[in-house]
Design a binder for this molecule. Structure first.
Ligand code: FAD
Length: 518
């Protein structure tokens, strides 16, 4: 007999196991005394009322013990001698595709243009401290992909796209805390993710797969239209039964390569805007109604969205207790994003705040055909860079000044290490984006009292929330109709929008590859 009960506890009591059990038994309808075993299966914070509660769903086992689930990795067998499959990109899509291929009895060979997680750190330091962007190793490129030095938020709404629980369990089996299986809004943090990513590589290699870094795919090997492999760094060939292309939303050269090879790519709507950074204490005050957040509560977050005319304006990738980071992937451009450590204990809260961009907005850029959005995105990033001093020091404006088209004489403190300088963000952004953002921000200020403040910075540019290009694939086979053997995958292909959805897409594609190879 297993009974499920819902209880709520004050934040300070939420980790007190004796109290959790006592409250759960009191709530139980099965009045048989103490259960043999119990566990929390869901945990969330309810901050809607005056009193903040942790809501817990608890399973009580009256007649049996909890039987631990067997590890997914227990199903793995060596694949050294099995048919090879090439995976381009060691991001969440690529690495989870590799794990799934092993489970399916195929040998993954993962190729990434960047470096392993440890070596990658040096290049991140060079961006942060000297503004030097290595086009192959940065916050988007390198082992673990764009997800490695991120907030590690694992929340996804893509429930229909795959098995979220399996992706989460694989993360736990590679070192993530099991809390992520229980929390309503799980996250890992930038300090923990690199370890998990290198554990995944160890698994791939242990079972006979291969992972190669400094291996930029520069061409595809094709015979009679069929994809047989890839060329790396213009010289070395890797051949396989199929090629999974999981290069992420910033690998612009891959889109151009496919176009040159007459493999169809399509323009798609995307989003562009700014990162907005507030003091975390202010967001806590608004969300928790507490002058100082009590210790047991996590840094608070928000999610904002509104319609301005025919267009959505929304917050994206909110990082409570986080940092704004330089996410440019080439010299001469300025792109920002957000990350946080597992404790989410910085003094700042940031989120991307973006406007949906339709193809009809792109005016003169239409002459670039399917690359109209990509060229538009690039032009905005380059304009932001040109406003600065040639480093990754970013243009910024007080939130209130941005909305009032006024230059800021000074700026509030920021977490952004390369620094910020006052700039007319309202003029640097394309007019239609600036106008929609201004109206959206005013609406957010009404929804969330205190949000519209001169204490917040608007920082440019948040331009990589999604890709302006999609690589189409057949719904049934997951393969590109123009190139048998080529499997577009993950965010860069347009089939994911975050770590977990990319990981699930990797798993789905790997199973489709198995069906293809027979
Ligand atoms: C700073 C930051 C913070 C983020 N925070 C979060 C978050 O908290 N939660 C969340 O869900 N999402 C977050 N995201 C988004 C998330 O990281 C992506 O959605 C996810 O990583 C996409 O996975 P992917 O495997 O499809 O592509 P990517 O992670 O982009 O991986 C693509 C890989 O392909 C490699 N590559 C590219 N071109 C080539 C080539 N020609 N040859 C060989 N290799 C190549 C790249 O080096 C890279 O490693 C964040 C992104 C950034 C940049």
């Amino acid at each position: 007999m297993i009974e499920t009960v819902d209880i709520k506890l004050a934040p300070k009591d939420a980790s007190d196991n004796a109290l959790i059990l006592q409250k759960s038994i009191a709530k139980s309808k099965y009045k048989k005394g103490k259960p043999k075993d119990w566990r929390v299966i869901r945990r969330s914070v309810d901050a809607r009322g005056r009193q903040i509660w942790f809501q817990l769903r608890v399973e009580l086992y009256y007649e049996e013990q909890i039987i631990p689930e067997p590890a997914i990795l227990d199903n793995f067998v060596p694949v050294d001698d099995q048919p090879p499959v090439i995976i381009v990109g060691a991001g969440p899509a690529g690495y989870f595709a590799a794990l799934e291929l092993i489970e399916q009895g195929l040998k993954p060979i993962v190729l990434d243009r960047g470096k392993d997680v440890r070596a990658r750190r040096r290049d991140l330091r060079a961006i942060q401290q000297f503004g030097e962007v290595n086009p192959h190793s940065n916050y988007c490129f390198g082992e673990g992909g764009a997800g490695t030095y991120s907030d590690g938020k694992l929340y996804t709404r893509s429930h229909k796209r795959g098995n979220i629980y399996k992706a989460m369990r694989l993360l736990v089996e590679h070192g993530a805390k099991s809390d992520i299986l229980v929390d309503a809004h799980p996250h890992i943090g930038s300090n923990k993710l690199p370890g998990i990513v290198s554990n995944i590589r160890a698994t791939i290699e242990q079972y006979g797969g291969e992972v190669h870094f400094d291996a930029m795919v520069t061409d595809l090997i094709r015979k009679d239209g069929k994809i047989l492999g890839v060329i790396v760094n213009d010289e070395k060939e890797y051949r396989g039964e199929a090629v999974i292309l999981a290069t992420g939303h910033s690998a612009r050269d891959i889109y151009y390569l496919l176009d040159r090879l007459n493999i169809k790519v399509e323009a798609k709507p995307f989003a562009l805007g700014v990162r907005i950074e507030h003091p975390q204490a202010l967001i806590d005050k608004i969300q928790y109604n507490q002058r100082q957040r009590e210790e047991a509560l996590p840094a608070s977050s928000y999610r904002l969205a509104c319609q301005v005319g025919d267009r959505g304006v929304f917050s994206f990738c909110m990082c409570p207790g986080g940092l704004v980071v330089p996410a440019s992937t080439a010299p001469g451009e300025l792109v920002v994003n957000g990350m946080s450590m597992s404790r989410r204990d910085s003094a700042f809260a940031n989120s991307g705040t973006v406007v949906a961009v339709e193809l009809s907005d792109l005016g003169a850029y239409q002459e670039h055909g399917v690359f109209a959005g990509l060229e538009f995105q690039k032009a905005v990033e380059q304009k932001m860079f040109a406003n600065g001093d040639g480093t990754q020091n970013a243009p910024a404006q007080r939130l209130t000044d941005f909305v009032r088209d006024k230059m800021s004489k000074s700026l509030p403190e920021t977490s952004y290490i390369p620094g910020i300088h006052p700039a007319p963000m309202h003029g640097l952004l394309p007019d239609f984006i600036a106008e929609k953002l201004k109206q959206g921000i005013r609406t957010f200020g009404k929804k969330m009292k205190g949000y519209f403040t001169e204490e917040a910075n608007v920082i440019g540019t948040e331009s990589r929330t999604s890709s302006p290009v999609r690589i189409p694939r057949n719904k049934a086979t997951y393969m590109h109709d123009d190139a048998p053997g080529l499997f577009p995958c993950g965010e860069g292909a347009g089939y994911a929008g975050g770590i977990i959805s990319a990981a699930m897409d990797g798993q789905n594609v790997a199973r489709a590859v198995k069906a293809y190879t027979g």
